[in-house]
Ligand binder design. Sequence first.
Ligand SMILES: O=C(O)CCC(=O)C(=O)O
Length: 309
Amino acid sequence: MSTKELTPLTTLSSPGTSVGLLEPSQLQNGNLSPENIAFYQEYGFLIAPDLVNTDEIHALKEETAAIFRGLRGIVEGTLPVKTGESDADVLKKYVAIHFPHKISELIRRFLHQRRIVDVLTGLLGPNVKALQSMLFVKGPGKAGQSWHQDEFYIPTRDKSLIGVWIAIDDATIENGCLWIIPGRPGYIMKRVDIESNEYADTDSIDVSRYPSDAALPVEVKSGSVVFFNGYTLHSSRQNKTPDCFRRALVNHYMNADSMLPWDQDGNLSPREDMRDIEIVAGIDPYAWKGIEDIIKPYLRPEKLNIKKN
Ligand SMILES: O=C(O)CCC(=O)C(=O)O
């Protein structure tokens, strides 16, 4: 095992410094510096404060309510909205919708948000494709996601997967922010069964071999964007607030030069290249294959049991 993936935070910064203040992890004014790129290559994540402005956040909040109210189209499994039901009462019933960009033009436009795409081309190269969106609402009491690497679920051939986590609300430890273990292990790690109210999943990467201070809470303000690599370990915990949502739009991207042998968590037949994608920068080297429109938006289940190894 590389020592990089075990580097505790205390060796990255002075004691008491939170990840939010860890300088090379932060973009200044949305500009990706060579130091940011070097940090991402080594530790697998970056934080861009204020990459999404307050008007955009306001529009995202309104759109989130409209989507969960069923006003943008059918999402299988959502319940009819009763007369007089508030947005909060509607959102409290759900954790997340996957692929909201299929029914919402605003969410689809966010896949192409210029400042986000500029960071992605700086990290991935000129040709970038989007392959998934997820809109989390995660109300009071809702569980988080256990320790995982996104490439376990979404295998790219070139290990280029990046999650782009857009904070719609301030994300705090209490309302279930993202946690990251800095590093980019070059392989998919072993998973073990777990039972915990913190997590929706019934298994998790076993993180007991990491030092207790290796995991960083990524507490960020609304409008911040967290970029993380598909091999970087991350999780989120239960929302323990009595009345706060932790809304976040999470989009996944990769280098468009690579094919994507993803069966969409078993929803599709095995395929060498999942083509329900959107090119967000540069060219599509596989344009001759055409684009598919096969994945419909769906509700994220409260309990997750996707086991592969
Ligand atoms: O936002 C969350 O609660 C979990 C997000 C996550 O783990 C992911 O996007 O892979």
